[in-house]
Design a protein around this ligand. Structure first.
Ligand code: GSH
Length: 217
Protein backbone atom coordinates (compact mmCIF):
# COMPACT_ATOMS: atom_id res chain seq x y z
CA UNK A 1 0.00 0.00 0.00
CA UNK A 2 1.38 3.40 -0.97
CA UNK A 3 1.67 5.65 2.09
CA UNK A 4 0.65 9.31 2.06
CA UNK A 5 2.60 11.92 3.96
CA UNK A 6 1.78 15.55 4.65
CA UNK A 7 3.99 18.53 3.90
CA UNK A 8 3.66 22.32 3.85
CA UNK A 9 1.68 23.57 0.86
CA UNK A 10 4.18 26.41 0.51
CA UNK A 11 7.65 25.63 1.79
CA UNK A 12 8.57 28.44 4.26
CA UNK A 13 12.28 27.68 3.68
CA UNK A 14 11.89 28.19 -0.08
CA UNK A 15 12.94 24.67 -1.03
CA UNK A 16 15.86 24.11 1.34
CA UNK A 17 14.20 20.94 2.69
CA UNK A 18 14.46 21.98 6.33
CA UNK A 19 10.89 21.03 7.27
CA UNK A 20 10.54 17.67 8.96
CA UNK A 21 8.69 16.03 6.06
CA UNK A 22 12.19 15.77 4.56
CA UNK A 23 12.97 13.10 7.18
CA UNK A 24 10.08 10.99 5.93
CA UNK A 25 10.75 11.59 2.25
CA UNK A 26 14.42 10.63 2.73
CA UNK A 27 13.61 7.50 4.77
CA UNK A 28 11.10 6.32 2.14
CA UNK A 29 13.65 6.94 -0.62
CA UNK A 30 16.33 5.02 1.31
CA UNK A 31 14.11 1.93 1.49
CA UNK A 32 12.67 2.30 -2.02
CA UNK A 33 9.07 2.81 -0.93
CA UNK A 34 7.00 5.06 -3.26
CA UNK A 35 4.69 7.55 -1.53
CA UNK A 36 2.28 10.35 -2.22
CA UNK A 37 2.30 13.80 -0.63
CA UNK A 38 -0.70 15.73 0.63
CA UNK A 39 0.23 19.41 0.72
CA UNK A 40 -1.61 21.41 3.36
CA UNK A 41 -1.78 25.11 4.18
CA UNK A 42 -1.11 26.57 7.63
CA UNK A 43 -4.84 27.07 8.18
CA UNK A 44 -5.71 23.52 7.07
CA UNK A 45 -3.15 22.19 9.58
CA UNK A 46 -5.30 23.50 12.43
CA UNK A 47 -8.62 22.22 11.04
CA UNK A 48 -10.38 19.03 12.24
CA UNK A 49 -9.35 16.99 9.20
CA UNK A 50 -5.66 17.39 9.95
CA UNK A 51 -6.07 17.44 13.74
CA UNK A 52 -7.44 13.93 13.28
CA UNK A 53 -4.04 12.96 11.90
CA UNK A 54 -1.97 15.00 14.35
CA UNK A 55 -3.59 16.49 17.48
CA UNK A 56 -0.89 19.19 17.50
CA UNK A 57 -1.81 20.35 13.99
CA UNK A 58 1.68 19.89 12.56
CA UNK A 59 3.38 18.16 9.66
CA UNK A 60 4.62 15.57 8.89
CA UNK A 61 2.02 12.83 9.21
CA UNK A 62 1.95 9.37 7.65
CA UNK A 63 -1.07 7.38 6.49
CA UNK A 64 -0.91 3.77 5.38
CA UNK A 65 -4.34 2.14 5.19
CA UNK A 66 -5.89 2.44 8.66
CA UNK A 67 -2.61 3.42 10.26
CA UNK A 68 -2.15 7.14 10.93
CA UNK A 69 1.09 8.34 12.52
CA UNK A 70 2.57 11.67 13.53
CA UNK A 71 5.99 12.67 15.00
CA UNK A 72 8.79 12.44 12.48
CA UNK A 73 10.88 10.15 14.70
CA UNK A 74 8.04 7.66 15.17
CA UNK A 75 7.33 7.68 11.44
CA UNK A 76 10.99 7.08 10.52
CA UNK A 77 11.16 4.27 13.09
CA UNK A 78 8.02 2.68 11.60
CA UNK A 79 9.49 2.86 8.09
CA UNK A 80 12.79 1.44 9.35
CA UNK A 81 11.01 -1.45 11.06
CA UNK A 82 8.90 -2.30 8.00
CA UNK A 83 11.77 -2.26 5.49
CA UNK A 84 15.40 -3.28 5.39
CA UNK A 85 18.10 -0.65 5.10
CA UNK A 86 17.71 1.83 7.93
CA UNK A 87 18.34 -0.36 10.99
CA UNK A 88 20.91 -3.14 11.43
CA UNK A 89 19.76 -6.76 11.82
CA UNK A 90 21.97 -7.42 14.84
CA UNK A 91 19.91 -6.74 17.97
CA UNK A 92 22.54 -4.73 19.84
CA UNK A 93 23.52 -2.67 16.79
CA UNK A 94 19.82 -2.03 16.18
CA UNK A 95 19.32 -0.83 19.75
CA UNK A 96 22.30 1.50 19.40
CA UNK A 97 20.97 2.91 16.11
CA UNK A 98 17.61 3.58 17.81
CA UNK A 99 19.53 5.26 20.64
CA UNK A 100 21.01 7.64 18.07
CA UNK A 101 17.51 8.38 16.76
CA UNK A 102 16.50 9.49 20.26
CA UNK A 103 19.76 11.38 20.73
CA UNK A 104 19.14 13.33 17.53
CA UNK A 105 15.61 14.30 18.57
CA UNK A 106 15.95 14.67 22.34
CA UNK A 107 19.53 15.82 22.91
CA UNK A 108 20.78 17.54 19.76
CA UNK A 109 17.57 18.96 18.26
CA UNK A 110 16.43 21.10 21.26
CA UNK A 111 19.35 23.55 21.40
CA UNK A 112 19.49 23.81 17.60
CA UNK A 113 15.74 24.32 17.37
CA UNK A 114 15.82 26.98 20.11
CA UNK A 115 18.40 28.90 18.11
CA UNK A 116 16.32 28.56 14.93
CA UNK A 117 13.20 29.84 16.69
CA UNK A 118 15.16 32.78 18.11
CA UNK A 119 16.28 33.73 14.60
CA UNK A 120 12.88 33.29 13.00
CA UNK A 121 10.57 34.68 15.69
CA UNK A 122 12.56 36.79 18.15
CA UNK A 123 14.75 39.06 16.04
CA UNK A 124 12.66 42.11 16.95
CA UNK A 125 12.91 41.54 20.73
CA UNK A 126 15.13 43.94 22.68
CA UNK A 127 16.97 41.01 24.25
CA UNK A 128 17.59 39.10 21.01
CA UNK A 129 21.20 40.26 20.48
CA UNK A 130 22.08 39.34 24.06
CA UNK A 131 20.33 35.96 23.99
CA UNK A 132 21.59 34.64 20.63
CA UNK A 133 25.22 34.04 21.72
CA UNK A 134 23.95 32.14 24.76
CA UNK A 135 21.85 29.88 22.53
CA UNK A 136 24.75 29.42 20.11
CA UNK A 137 27.09 28.39 22.92
CA UNK A 138 24.55 25.74 23.95
CA UNK A 139 24.59 24.48 20.36
CA UNK A 140 28.40 24.42 20.42
CA UNK A 141 28.37 22.22 23.51
CA UNK A 142 26.35 19.56 21.70
CA UNK A 143 28.26 19.91 18.43
CA UNK A 144 31.56 19.52 20.27
CA UNK A 145 30.35 16.36 21.98
CA UNK A 146 28.94 14.93 18.76
CA UNK A 147 32.10 15.82 16.86
CA UNK A 148 34.17 14.06 19.53
CA UNK A 149 32.08 10.93 19.17
CA UNK A 150 32.10 10.89 15.37
CA UNK A 151 35.84 11.43 15.03
CA UNK A 152 36.99 10.11 11.64
CA UNK A 153 34.06 7.74 11.19
CA UNK A 154 31.63 8.06 8.30
CA UNK A 155 28.51 7.42 10.40
CA UNK A 156 27.55 7.47 14.06
CA UNK A 157 27.67 3.72 14.67
CA UNK A 158 28.84 1.49 11.83
CA UNK A 159 26.70 1.61 8.69
CA UNK A 160 24.38 4.51 7.82
CA UNK A 161 21.16 4.19 9.82
CA UNK A 162 17.95 5.98 10.75
CA UNK A 163 20.01 7.54 13.56
CA UNK A 164 22.21 9.28 11.00
CA UNK A 165 19.16 10.30 8.97
CA UNK A 166 17.59 12.07 11.95
CA UNK A 167 20.90 13.56 13.10
CA UNK A 168 21.73 14.99 9.68
CA UNK A 169 18.27 16.49 9.16
CA UNK A 170 18.72 18.18 12.55
CA UNK A 171 22.24 19.46 11.81
CA UNK A 172 21.07 20.83 8.45
CA UNK A 173 19.19 23.57 10.36
CA UNK A 174 22.68 25.04 10.92
CA UNK A 175 23.63 24.96 7.23
CA UNK A 176 23.19 28.71 6.81
CA UNK A 177 25.34 29.51 9.86
CA UNK A 178 29.07 29.29 10.51
CA UNK A 179 28.50 27.00 13.50
CA UNK A 180 28.71 23.72 11.61
CA UNK A 181 31.93 24.82 9.90
CA UNK A 182 33.58 25.10 13.32
CA UNK A 183 33.44 21.28 13.40
CA UNK A 184 34.89 20.09 10.06
CA UNK A 185 34.08 16.43 10.69
CA UNK A 186 30.41 17.30 11.27
CA UNK A 187 30.28 19.48 8.16
CA UNK A 188 31.78 16.56 6.19
CA UNK A 189 29.27 14.17 7.82
CA UNK A 190 26.35 16.29 6.63
CA UNK A 191 27.85 16.62 3.14
CA UNK A 192 28.40 12.84 3.00
CA UNK A 193 24.75 12.24 3.86
CA UNK A 194 23.53 14.85 1.38
CA UNK A 195 25.49 13.03 -1.34
CA UNK A 196 23.43 9.87 -0.87
CA UNK A 197 21.21 9.21 -3.91
CA UNK A 198 18.14 8.79 -1.67
CA UNK A 199 18.74 12.18 -0.05
CA UNK A 200 19.12 13.80 -3.47
CA UNK A 201 15.89 12.27 -4.75
CA UNK A 202 13.97 13.43 -1.68
CA UNK A 203 15.50 16.89 -1.93
CA UNK A 204 14.68 17.22 -5.63
CA UNK A 205 11.09 16.06 -5.07
CA UNK A 206 10.39 18.70 -2.43
CA UNK A 207 12.18 21.32 -4.54
CA UNK A 208 10.01 20.48 -7.54
CA UNK A 209 6.93 20.99 -5.38
CA UNK A 210 8.30 24.34 -4.19
CA UNK A 211 8.99 25.52 -7.74
CA UNK A 212 5.61 24.29 -8.99
CA UNK A 213 3.76 26.26 -6.32
CA UNK A 214 6.08 29.22 -5.71
CA UNK A 215 4.11 32.39 -6.11
CA UNK A 216 0.80 30.60 -5.61
CA UNK A 217 0.63 31.67 -1.93
N1 GSH B 1 8.13 16.81 17.08
C1 GSH B 1 7.42 16.98 15.83
C2 GSH B 1 7.55 18.46 15.43
C3 GSH B 1 6.69 18.74 14.20
C4 GSH B 1 6.84 20.19 13.76
O1 GSH B 1 7.28 21.06 14.53
N2 GSH B 1 6.48 20.43 12.51
C5 GSH B 1 6.58 21.77 11.96
C6 GSH B 1 7.14 21.72 10.57
S1 GSH B 1 8.79 21.10 10.56
C7 GSH B 1 5.18 22.37 11.88
O2 GSH B 1 4.25 21.70 11.53
N3 GSH B 1 5.09 23.67 12.20
C8 GSH B 1 3.84 24.40 12.12
C9 GSH B 1 3.15 24.46 13.43
O3 GSH B 1 3.66 23.97 14.44
O4 GSH B 1 2.06 25.05 13.45
C10 GSH B 1 8.00 16.05 14.77
O5 GSH B 1 9.18 15.70 14.86
O6 GSH B 1 7.26 15.64 13.85
Amino acid sequence: MTPTITAFAQSPDRGKALARDMRIRWALEEVGQPYTVRRISFSEMKEPGHLGRNPFGQIPTYEEGDLVLFESGAIVLHIAECHRGLLPDDAQARARAITWMFAALNTVEPPIFNRTIALVMERDKPWHEERLPILEDRVRVRLGELSGHLGDADWLDGAFSAGDLLMVTTLRWLSASKLLGEYPNLAAYVARAEARPAFKRAFEDQLAVFHAHAGAA
